[in-house]
Design a protein. Structure first.
Length: 128
């Protein structure tokens, strides 16, 4: 297995574990500490992080079996960058109260969208 896919599989597992931990932190440690709007943003970040960690897992797992299909690599990068930008900006905004950090979130969303489209293209070229 290439180091690229190995790193992405490890990243997917760590992102998923962190999503569980941060979701529990939101449910048990942040209630009453954040405004309902900021708590909702934090929970959204955790939900999206888990969803896209699983997307990264799929792209990396199948991608290592399809070494000539460049779309799996692109999907991996999109999931990783998108999760860091989307969820990361929401976590930072919720915890700091600096709502201007929300300007970063759409860039992460676009990256996640492109990752899913790349995964669709990867599957369309499956075993070609």
């Amino acid at each position: 297995m290439s180091s690229f896919y190995r790193r992405n599989l490890i990243s997917a597992a760590l992102l998923a574990a962190l999503a569980v931990a941060l979701g529990a932190f939101a449910a048990h440690g942040l209630k009453g500490q954040l405004s309902p709007r900021m708590l909702s943003a934090f929970i959204t970040a955790s939900d999206y992080q888990m969803t896209h960690a699983l997307g990264l897992l799929v792209a990396a797992w199948i991608g290592h079996e399809q070494p000539h299909n460049r779309w799996f690599r692109r999907a991996c990068l999109g999931f990783l960058i998108g999760t860091l930008l989307f969820s990361g900006s929401l976590y930072a905004m919720a915890l700091s109260g600096i709502t201007q950090l929300g300007i970063i979130t759409p860039f992460g969303g676009v990256s996640l969208l492109l990752a899913w489209l790349s995964l669709a293209l990867a599957f369309s070229q499956f075993n070609k």
